[in-house]
Design a protein around this ligand. Structure first.
Ligand SMILES: NC(=O)c1ccc[n+]([C@@H]2O[C@H](COP(=O)([O-])OP(=O)(O)OC[C@H]3O[C@@H](n4cnc5c(N)ncnc54)[C@H](O)[C@@H]3O)[C@@H](O)[C@H]2O)c1
Length: 441
């Protein structure tokens, strides 16, 4: 297969939207009020529920779930406030009534939510819970919007590939929070690259270098940093809960390159993985994760991909993607010649991609089309996991080895993610990985 065909195979929106026979699961008629549940009522979950209202106010939020009970009322009120602004005070309670919406907390909150009469679930918990919760969502036969990332390690990633297939077989829609794929400017530019406008693609670089180490505002009592509660409340600082910043955050930019290259075109080898942690970040207060990564992927056929991310304060921010072709460059959300002169700039942003992703999902559910975007997310997610494994270990390896053979499982053995009640004061000692010592398994 030549490089162009590889690229074309990765066409995303639309191609994945093949019509499938309708099943007896989560059935919605065109004009029904779609019944929604939210699991993970933090910043993004609450935001995603509001984005869903903006996309289609003909929904009813019937259940909220969170590990911690104090999150529930806050989220219900915030979503209600947004609904009031969107549809007016009198109709807002048809979307969510903060006093009547079902609220579930504790380790089995997802089970309780899924026992309600719902059509679609927004899952926006810390990354480590996504896979076990999606397993439950598929078993319950519900459509889903899943935040990114979908998996924190190879074991979860493999499980998600299986769940993506199972969801398709059951006729369940699943759309994910890699929102650049729902941005009309990216869609236009990726299509042009796939159509050869900048020639054969030779190399890509992507960056999530933002200006602060998330975690500087640690959430929890000093002296409790080695407990499950502290680590779940400060999930972004802990490798087991977040997957580290390359997986949790930088997956967005890796996903753009994978999309443009053709989402099923996986790396041949992770040739170099570098990373480390700034010396002024005490562990475990600021978690155990690295503060920076730099990875080089051999994508085969001469194509290389470089990925850079860090979160150190007072450094130059750069969150972007760049792709070099034989005839031009994709950079700064435009196509240029090799000297930097614009050869094509897309039109304006038509719809906030955080809203567009929900429009895509809900309109598919209403029309009976079946969309399943999970495989694309997990492909990019697995590439990010491979980068992390190479940086932690300091080793190069074949990507195929990782996908087929690696047994890396970063979830602490004493944590049961499937919902069994656990003591939140349980100790989970962590340490920062040391390249050369961290074992590739
Ligand atoms: N697509 C994007 O641009 C974007 C932006 C921000 C966050 N995110 C993703 O959304 C997810 C959530 O991020 P956030 O910023 O909202 O974090 P957050 O900490 O604000 O929210 C997470 C919520 O999940 C709850 N929670 C923890 N464990 C749970 C469990 N087992 N069951 C139910 N609830 C549980 C927490 O109490 C919290 O309320 C992350 O995966 C993050 O990467 C995506």
């Amino acid at each position: 297969m030549d490089r162009r065909s590889f690229v074309k195979n990765g066409a995303v929106l639309g191609a994945a939207a093949a019509a499938l026979p309708r099943f007896g699961f989560a059935q919605v008629k065109g004009s029904d009020r779609i019944k929604v549940a939210l699991i993970g009522c933090g910043g993004r979950g609450t935001g995603a529920a509001c984005n869903m209202i903006a996309a289609d106010p003909n929904i009813k939020i019937v259940a909220l779930g969170d590990l911690f009970p104090e999150k529930l009322d806050k989220a219900a009120n915030k979503i209600h406030d947004f609904a009031k602004k969107s549809v007016g005070e009198s109709k807002a309670s048809e979307i969510i009534d903060p006093s009547k919406v079902k609220k579930f907390s504790g380790w089995d909150n997802a089970d309780q939510v899924l026992a309600e009469d719902i059509d679609v679930v927004i899952e926006a918990t810390p990354p480590v819970f996504r896979t076990p919760h999606y397993e439950k969502i598929v078993a319950a036969g519900k459509h889903a919007f899943l935040e990114k990332p979908g998996a924190v390690d190879v074991i979860q990633g493999r499980k998600m590939y299986k769940l993506a297939e199972e969801a398709s077989k059951k006729g369940l829609c699943v759309v994910c929070g890699n929102q650049r794929r729902y941005d009309n400017r990216y869609q236009d530019l990726v299509k042009r690259m796939q159509d050869g406008e900048i020639g054969e693609l030779l190399a890509g670089q992507c960056y999530w270098n933002n200006g602060g180490y998330i975690g500087a505002w640690a959430n929890g009592k000093e002296g409790t940093e080695d407990t499950l509660e502290y680590q779940i409340r400060n999930w972004w600082c802990f490798i087991w809960a977040s997957g580290d910043n390359i997986v949790e955050q930088h997956v967005h930019n890796i996903d753009v390159l994978m999309w443009a290259f053709g989402s099923d075109r996986m790396p041949v080898e992770v040739t170099t993985g570098l990373g480390g942690r700034s010396t002024d970040l005490p562990c475990p207060r600021y978690g155990d994760r690295f503060s920076h990564f730099a990875i080089d992927y051999d994508m085969g056929n001469g194509l290389r991909m470089a990925s850079y991310c860090h979160q150190d304060p007072n450094t130059t921010p750069n969150v972007s993607e760049r792709i070099v072709g034989t005839k031009g460059i994709f950079q700064g959300l435009r196509l240029t010649d090799h000297k930097g002169k614009t050869i094509y700039a897309p039109g304006k942003l038509e719809l906030d991609p955080y809203i567009a992703e929900h429009k895509y999902l809900l309109s598919a559910i209403r029309s009976g089309r079946r969309v399943n975007e999970l495989r694309h997310l997990i492909n990019s997610n697995m590439v990010a996991i491979a980068g992390r494994m190479s940086a932690f270990s300091g080793k190069r390896f074949k990507y195929e080895w990782m996908v087929k053979k690696s047994e890396e499982n970063i979830v602490p053995q004493n944590v049961d993610l499937m919902g069994k009640t656990q003591d939140l004061s349980l100790k989970n000692p962590v340490s920062v990985p040391v390249p050369g010592k961290y074992k590739l398994v």
